[in-house]
Design a protein around this ligand. Structure first.
Ligand code: AMP
Length: 443
């Protein structure tokens, strides 16, 4: 299957080829013909499947085919609604990149930045608008935005939008759009709420679903590095230097922890920056841009800040601390090994986190190989302590109220009673630690 065979124009195929894509991903192969045909679409796909190109490429093609004269007065014709600012900026960047040989123009409309440059930008031609709901409503209120010519609407990550409490905003926006339009809804999960939204929004939609890349993300090599809680930073520095890791996305549980770790890594001469909800949008965008170009070796993030980070072939994700909520582990490691490239997810696990690790293993239904780095063996005299980070279990710190409703756990896997060793990795092992289901390392 090729992009040309899906009916995309030479200009679009050229742009995706230059981006390094050789063939469409499954969601692209299924979604592109549907969108090109003009029908509505309900797609079950999560980040990492290539869904962005799945809707962007055919939208570019459709808008080009019925291009309006190149005047600065041309109206906005496609609206892509996105839950988070980072993701919106990245989607718009993709629109520009895939459309670089076309005459279409696009714009990002997100909160957290000055509204005036956006008002200015709206005075010139915008064909495709990529927006977060809050800022879009601000513009509507100020009457600086005209959506009366929208032909195509995309709701991306619809489940996350509902989780984040955007349903009212979305309804307000839908109410002012022209009735006659093409609607595309992308969601990783299908709760009752999503089904209701889809029922009200979509007209005879084509339905496609691609496999979730979570528990079965075979391309991601996962490893556990046992270490004492006080020696995690030392071990991380060791791993980064020893194995020459570049582009490492490191997760901490708290904003404070993210800042502290970034500072310490810099002291170890490893260029690192923290991104989290307390940083300005400009600071976050800058950190992300430097990380993408490779100037910044390590990005330290909290779960919420990392939502929507999309970096091609991100080679390393590190759980500096295990997440309180197992599903976050799946989201975290989903940042690596995307769309066909391999990735490595490493977790530094201290004695306090064994329970969290088992929760993850139950959820993902797999045992993660343990690698013991010589010199970093946990001290058997150190006892487990409760994890105190000032957050309620399951609330994830920066998460807004009303989020997290749809989180469920899968049935626990039967206890095999077998320990795990670190042979699969080929990495140095001083002795074979065995992490028993009942807790503690058996030496
Ligand atoms: P998405 O699910 O849209 O967030 O895309 C996940 C990642 O896959 C992004 O880094 C894309 O650049 C990349 N990608 C999208 N389509 C393809 C493709 N056909 N071949 C290789 N990589 C792709």
């Amino acid at each position: 299957m090729t992009f040309s065979a899906l009916g995309l124009s030479d200009e679009i195929v050229r742009a995706v080829t230059e981006r390094g894509y050789t063939e469409p991903t499954p969601i692209q192969a299924q979604a592109i013909p549907v969108v090109l045909s003009g029908g509505d679409l309900l797609a079950g796909a999560q980040t990492g499947t290539g869904k962005t190109a799945g809707f962007t490429l055919p939208i570019l093609q459709r808008l080009t085919a019925s291009a309006k004269p190149a005047t600065s007065k041309a109206p906005i014709r496609a609206l892509v609604l996105i839950p988070t600012r980072e993701l919106a900026a990245q989607v718009e960047e993709s629109v520009r990149d895939y459309g670089k040989y076309l005459k279409l123009t696009s714009m990002t409309m997100i909160g957290g930045v000055n509204i005036n440059p956006q008002i200015q930008r709206l005075k010139s031609r915008v064909d495709i608008l990529v927006a977060t709901p809050g800022r879009l409503l601000d513009h509507l209120q100020q009457k600086t935005l005209d959506l009366s010519h929208i032909e195509i609407l995309v709701l991306d990550e619809a489940d996350r939008m509902l989780d984040m409490g955007f349903i009212r905003d979305i309804k307000k926006i839908l109410a002012i759009l022209p009735k006659q339009r093409q609607n595309l809804l992308f969601s990783a999960t299908f709760s009752e709420e999503i089904k209701m939204l889809a029922d009200g929004l979509l007209h005879k939609p084509a339905m496609i679903e691609v496999a979730r890349r979570n528990a079965t993300a075979e391309l991601i090599t996962q490893k556990i590095y046992p270490v004492d809680r006080e020696r995690k930073r030392e071990l991380l520095t060791h791993l980064i230097k020893e194995y020459n890791w570049h582009q490492v996305l490191v997760f901490t549980r708290t904003k404070h922890g993210a800042n502290k770790l970034a500072e310490q890594l810099n002291k170890d001469k490893i260029p690192a920056l923290a991104i989290h909800g307390n940083k300005s949008q400009a600071a976050r965008t800058r950190a992300l841009a430097e990380f993408k170009t490779g100037k910044l070796q390590v990005l330290v993030a909290t779960d919420i800040a990392a939502r929507g980070i999309d970096i091609i072939e991100l080679p390393h994700v590190v759980n500096f601390e295990m997440p309180n909520v197992s599903e976050d582990y799946v989201h975290r490691i989903g940042r690596t090994g995307r769309a066909g490239s391999e990735g490595e997810a490493s977790s530094l696990v201290c004695i306090d986190e064994h329970k969290l690790l088992w929760d993850v293993e139950r959820l993902t239904k797999r045992e993660i190989p343990v690698v013991q780095i010589p010199g970093f063996e946990p001290d058997p005299r150190i006892k487990a302590e409760p994890i105190s980070n000032g957050q309620n279990r399951g609330q994830g710190g920066e998460r807004k109220q009303g989020q997290n409703k749809s989180r469920t756990r899968t049935a626990p896997r039967a206890n095999t009673g077998q320990g795990r060793t670190s042979n699969a990795t080929g990495k140095p092992v001083a002795r074979k630690p065995v992490l028993h289901r009942s807790g503690g390392y058996n030496r």
